[in-house]
Ligand binder design. Structure first.
Ligand SMILES: O=C1CCCN[C@@H]1CCCn1cnc2cc(F)c(F)cc2c1=O
Ligand SMILES: [Mg+2]
Length: 510
């Protein structure tokens, strides 16, 4: 029979893998760390793309496409920017049987590809702001050990790279993009996120500051960096000599941002995350979990649960033929229902396959996470009604065919809102305030998302990592929320006992 064999709250890692494979989102590939994005996932990616692309076009950001190949000279332009990342750069060393004179790198991100041309294109202040984005794939040949925990080695993302004459313009855009990321998570994926600033240790080392939207997975008690928007300051302008002549003839360096969200997904979810690379978290910038987070937050033991806004099929219509009933009339009613819903702009399909029973079809489409099912059988035909079954809470309702479209739209909106409300309630229930080390370690072991007063000293963050090292992985700061609670005078840092400067979210992460 259909349905998942693993339970979400018994073996999360196996449940996740089974949900994405049985839900026909992902197919694992014969090269480890690589996977196939099937149409069921690609539709979600396209819907988010269409929203984000339209929004950045309103901001006069232009799409471009730079080569996937990077010369060694370009990649190693600045030793310290690249040195921590070198082990994960993939190289082309030969074509056919011929060794290449010079090996060529595959882009892991595109700063070193694009910025030499920013240097060439930006001369005067009239060339600013230069605001480009590209939708592409990137490759990072990460080795994580032990092998069971694998990060995807190739993933799709968008990477925005903008240059401004002033810091104010850069600061403003960082937050505009971050708001778009929040909307993608909250309005499309129905996932609550926290907007905040990364610590000095967790930020993109090549930048000035990093902002992010942070999601949380209550089942595993792990935070996930959903997307990042960095202000690079003038660091890359210095590296690549990107200067401009301002109105009064002075030559100043540009202020830059870069921002990304991606399809990056983890495989073989292990409850224990052990990496040999002590500063592993330091290297991970711009990687988002966007596909994985949606599955992890909303999925259940029957499989995927797709928010209507991003569902490839929002309504599946299933005929329920009965021995002496007029089967053709039932099939026609299903097709007519799909036609009406499609005409109203909904993504609806009928499953008229005669080699599967209605029951089989119910669990098949539930496993794929279709938000709403419509059943039409002899009773429905007689009463001029249809039966609606919601995927999020399994509730059933009979509605008249007279105002079917309006009712279906209304139920889909209710499902979208309910998914967000339930996820928010679960995330909020996972938040725990900790003012002392004891409270912190207790909350950590309860798989909580911890809000703690912190002195904001990097060594203290290093110390927290050391003191919480263990089978389940160490704790780290997730972000300092822009929405800061009151900090009472005299409040002490949970880890150092020094005067606290801010409230920061902490937890284990992927
Ligand atoms: O996170 C973003 C947004 C989109 C553009 N890039 C930034 C920072 C990426 C940080 N990062 C992240 N990973 C990397 C991996 C590499 F192999 C490598 F050579 C460089 C990097 C690297 O710079
Ligand atoms: Mg990385």
């Amino acid at each position: 029979g259909l349905g998942l064999t693993h339970k979400k709250n018994e073996n999360f890692g196996e449940w996740y893998t089974e949900a994405v494979v049985s839900g026909e989102m992902i197919e694992y590939y014969d090269i480890s760390g690589c996977y196939i994005l099937r149409p069921w996932t690609m539709t979600i990616w396209e819907i988010m793309h269409d929203f984000f692309d339209a929004e950045i076009k309103k901001m006069k950001i232009k799409n471009c496409y730079f080569p996937v190949f990077v010369s060694p000279g370009a990649l190693e332009k600045e030793k310290d920017h690249i040195e921590g990342f070198a082990p994960e750069v993939a190289w082309v060393t030969k074509s056919g049987n011929t060794e290449l004179e010079v090996p060529i790198a595959i882009r892991p991100t595109s700063e070193t590809v694009m910025y030499p041309y920013y240097q060439k294109w930006i001369r005067g202040h009239r060339d600013l702001p230069l605001k480009l984005n590209q939708w592409c794939n990137v490759v990072r040949w990460e080795f994580s050990n032990p092998t069971p925990f694998i990060r995807s080695r190739e993933f799709l993302w968008q990477e925005g790279h903008t240059a401004f004459a002033t810091k104010e313009e850069a600061d403003e855009e960082v937050l505009q993009i971050l708001e778009l990321y929040r909307r993608i998570y909250e309005e499309f994926l129905a996932i609550p996120v926290v907007k905040g600033k990364k610590s000095e240790r967790e930020k993109f080392a090549g930048g000035l500051y990093t902002t992010s939207v942070e999601a949380f997975i209550p089942n595993t008690g792990r935070g996930v960096q959903g997307a990042t928007s960095h202000c690079l300051g003038q660091n890359f302008a210095k590296m690549f000599d990107i200067r401009f002549e301002n109105e009064i003839g002075e030559r100043g360096m540009v202020w830059q941002n870069s921002w990304a969200y991606s399809t990056r997904t983890r495989h073989k979810h292990m409850l224990t995350l052990v990496t040999s690379n002590p500063n592993a978290s330091r290297l991970d910038q711009g990687d988002a979990e966007i596909i994985g987070v949606m599955v992890m937050v909303h999925g259940d033991n029957k499989g995927l649960v797709l928010p209507p806004k991003v569902a490839s099929i929002q309504v599946i219509v299933v005929p329920v033929p009965y021995k002496d009933a007029d089967t053709q009339a039932i099939f026609d009613a299903c097709s007519e229902t799909v036609r009406m819903l499609t005409e109203a702009g909904l993504r609806a399909e009928e499953d008229l396959r005669d080699n599967y029973s209605p029951g089989w079809k119910y669990s098949h489409w539930e496993m794929k996470g279709v938000p709403l099912r419509i059943e039409i059988g002899p009773k429905e035909m007689a009463n001029k009604q249809v039966r609606l079954v919601r995927r999020d809470n399994s509730s059933k309702m009979d509605i008249p065919t007279s105002n079917l479209v309006e009712q279906v739209k209304d139920v889909l909106d209710k499902i979208q809102k309910n998914l967000f409300d339930v996820a928010t309630q679960k995330r909020d229930a996972s938040v725990k305030v900790a003012e002392t080390w004891e409270e912190f370690t207790l909350a950590l072991n309860e798989k909580k998302l911890i809000l703690a007063p912190w002195c904001d000293e990097m060594e203290v963050e290093e110390d927290v990592k050391k003191r919480t090292k263990g089978e389940m992985g160490a704790a780290k700061s997730l972000c300092t929320p822009f929405d800061q609670p009151e900090l009472p005078t005299g409040q002490l840092c949970f880890a150092s006992g020094k005067p606290a400067r801010k409230w920061t979210y902490w937890g284990r992460s992927y």
